[in-house]
Design a protein around this ligand. Structure first.
Ligand SMILES: NC(=O)C1=CN([C@@H]2O[C@H](COP(=O)(O)OP(=O)(O)OC[C@H]3O[C@@H](n4cnc5c(N)ncnc54)[C@H](OP(=O)(O)O)[C@@H]3O)[C@@H](O)[C@H]2O)C=CC1
Ligand SMILES: O=C(CO)COP(=O)(O)O
Ligand SMILES: [Zn+2]
Length: 347
């Protein structure tokens, strides 16, 4: 019998004002001494300082590291600064959380995920997307020991962020279709329970699409819940397969070719419309749901020139090559890419 390990967060704290409890939560988890906060230039003001205060109140010796990028070098630098730390905390968006996830794994310390925006499903996942000179790689990291998601902070973030999170989780539709395809064609290992949870996470958002609105705590809570359960689907799979397929390849390709890429989740949402079309599924349903949420559904709304959309479509199959998808091994011709984007109204 094949052995399997599933790593999950031990505690999940959500709700308005929960950030004030960070110190308490760390103490209850039996951390003490030095706590290192990894945060970003904006998020330090939004949440980093509050986390520091809460930790200091509980007698932690607090060290703050600001990061701007999620690259291998940055991960290495942060890892070196984690020496002697009892607990690392990632306070910010997806990049910050990915950096602390990898650095803490290398430094052999636990980390806590403190998202400041509901933009991505890496909040609770055991994977990290790290940039390199060829784009990015998906690396095995470890799951956070705790997730502390303050829905008051998240609801006050620009609405665009919440809509991006919806795009990232809705993309599970095509990710699972691609996974099933790879299972049928290549007999790739497939988990029914992981795929079911991944789809359920997407459906949680789709079902509530009409009530996902700017500034509402309830909306932030729905999206955070869906993103966390999508991360747990990745934990069960032991990879990002249930949450990253052809639509993510398209988004990763855009990150390489577009001079000013949009948010990860926004790009994944648009990618999902097009990949649903390639799968012969109801792509209009995805487009209409994204529209209801006020997430981008075309190049113009992404702020990306149509030429880059076509280029990203033609090179997407070369990204994460080990992950077989509807794009196949040869990918799309330029003519097919142009037609796909036109037919689905993306350009
Ligand atoms: N590991 C995984 O499983 C997954 C990883 N990802 C990765 O996550 C990244 C995308 O994350 P995303 O959050 O979209 O992008 P970023 O982490 O780049 O954040 C985007 C910007 O938003 C700012 N920000 C964050 N919170 C707030 C707030 N409350 N108010 C105002 N500004 C805020 C950040 O500030 P600051 O400048 O301070 O950082 C940053 O400038 C990608 O690299 C993607 O590959 C995505 C999905 C899953
Ligand atoms: O973004 C992800 C899941 O939403 C993870 O993507 P990758 O595994 O392709 O880096
Ligand atoms: Zn994603």
């Amino acid at each position: 019998m094949r052995q399997k390990k599933i790593e999950l967060p031990r505690e999940i704290h959500t709700g308005p004002g929960v950030i004030k409890k960070v110190g308490d939560i760390c103490k209850n988890l039996r951390f003490k001494g030095k706590a290192t906060i990894v945060t970003g230039p904006k998020t330090i003001k939004i949440a980093g300082k509050k986390v520091a205060e809460s930790l200091k109140d509980k007698n932690f010796d607090v060290n703050i590291i600001k990061v701007k990028k999620a690259t291998k070098d940055v991960v290495e630098k942060v890892k070196n600064k984690l020496e002697g730390t009892s607990i690392a905390l990632g306070v910010g968006g997806g990049k910050v959380i990915d950096v602390v996830k990898m650095a803490s794994k290398y430094a052999n310390v636990h980390f806590i995920s403190v998202p400041t925006a509901a933009t991505h499903d890496g909040i609770a996942s055991p994977r990290a997307s790290i940039k390199n000179d060829k784009g990015s790689v998906s690396l095995p990291a470890h799951a956070p020991i705790a997730v502390i998601a303050d829905t008051d902070i998240i609801r006050k973030a620009p609405y665009r962020f919440l809509a991006a999170g919806c795009g990232d989780v809705i993309s599970n539709y095509t990710a699972v279709l691609d996974w099933k395809l790879a299972h049928r064609l290549l007999y790739e290992r497939y988990s029914e329970s992981s795929a079911a949870l991944s789809l359920m996470s997407a459906k949680m958002v789709i079902k509530s699409a009409d009530s996902i609105k700017k500034g509402l705590e309830e909306s932030a809570r729905i999206v955070v819940k869906a993103l966390i359960s999508s991360g747990i689907a990745m934990s069960i799979a032991g990879s990002s397969r249930p949450a990253s397929g052809s639509e993510h390849k398209f988004s990763h390709a855009l990150d390489i070719v577009a001079p000013k890429p949009a948010l990860h989740g926004e790009q994944c949402g648009v990618g999902t419309i097009m990949m649903m079309y390639l799968h012969g599924k109801d792509w209009k349903f995805i487009r209409d749901t994204l529209k209801k949420i006020n997430a981008p559904t075309n190049a113009y709304e992404l702020g990306i020139d149509p030429e880059y959309i076509i280029e990203a479509l033609t090179m997407a199959h070369k990204i994460r090559k080990e992950r077989y998808t509807i794009l196949g091994d040869r990918g799309l011709t330029r003519a097919a890419a142009k037609r796909l984007a036109e037919v689905t109204g993306v350009i």
